[in-house]
Design a protein around this ligand. Structure first.
Ligand SMILES: Cc1cc2nc3c(=O)[nH]c(=O)nc-3n(C[C@H](O)[C@H](O)[C@H](O)COP(=O)(O)OP(=O)(O)OC[C@H]3O[C@@H](n4cnc5c(N)ncnc54)[C@H](O)[C@@H]3O)c2cc1C
Length: 228
């Protein structure tokens, strides 16, 4: 039988990336006892490589502009943006002691140009709010007889919780910890998982021209791909 952690947490957050850390900090600041579970010793590993190591935190624009620039499924994000605008995100990180600057195209970066400052600020907030951190990988969701999710299993150990939030990221850059587990965990409790599609992809060419243009952003560009 698996060993079960004695205390039932108010909330277990699976994943200590950008989403999981902000979620855990917010819930803990509102008085919940929160546990974050992530196999990585260093939190926010993907966050640390974002924006070519500078972290493009958000875009300092209004909600309509934000929606216009989301290629697919923007409507799904309406309520999230209504609850947390880019300006709320900026105020949040400045409040955590990360001064921000706005660059061309209203892109927002830390003044330090270091993505790690953003991740470290979130990790420090976890410590300040006494969020419990467990370095392990969740392998299954636990459900009660009514089918309600009531905890998680990490194989050898189980963690009971009143609420469980899945913040395991997507399937890109699996070396940072996001190996696509979230899709399997969601499907295991009856959620529908649609086929995965990349949103941004790197293109590799045999020629050197593209590599030499690395870091260059171009406007109004069309790409034609001819097979064979
Ligand atoms: C190269 C690159 C550059 C990017 N640049 C930017 C940028 O400048 N600005 C921007 O807004 N976005 C950028 N993004 C996108 C951004 O990184 C992601 O949108 C963001 O990290 C998603 O956060 P997340 O918390 O959902 O997932 P992640 O950051 O991927 O975190 C998921 C966490 O869940 C953990 N996890 C996974 N499975 C389990 C499990 N079974 N049990 C426990 N824990 C688990 C992982 O270890 C990981 O820590 C970039 C992405 C890449 C790859």
């Amino acid at each position: 039988m698996n060993q079960t952690a004695s205390n039932t947490a108010d909330l277990v957050v699976i994943g200590g990336g950008a989403a999981g850390l902000m979620c855990a900090a917010t819930a803990s600041a509102r008085g919940l006892r929160v546990t974050v579970i992530d196999p990585n010793q260093k939190l926010g590993r993907k966050l640390r490589i974002t924006g070519k190591g500078r972290c493009n935190v958000t875009n300092d624009c209004d909600q309509e502009t934000l929606m216009r620039n989301i290629p697919h499924g923007g409507r799904f994000l309406y309520s999230a943006f209504a609850a947390c605008s880019p300006q709320d995100v900026m105020a949040y990180f400045e409040g955590l002691g990360v001064p921000l600057k706005v660059e061309r195209g209203n892109r927002v970066f830390p003044v330090s140009d270091r993505a790690s400052d953003v991740a470290d600020a979130l990790a420090a907030e976890m410590r300040r709010l006494h969020v419990e951190l467990v370095h392990d990988r969740v392998t299954a969701l636990l459900t009660d007889p009514e089918g309600r999710c009531c905890g998680v299993s990490c194989g050898k150990k189980e963690y009971a919780a009143d609420r469980v939030i899945l913040a395991t990221g997507g399937a890109t850059y699996p070396g940072t910890g996001s190996e696509g587990d979230g899709y399997k965990l969601a499907a295991s409790v009856g959620h529908t998982v649609t086929p995965l599609q990349p949103s941004l992809v790197p293109l590799e060419t045999l020629e050197r021209d593209c590599a030499e243009m690395m870091g260059l952003s171009l406007k109004n560009v069309t790409l034609t791909l001819k097979k064979d």
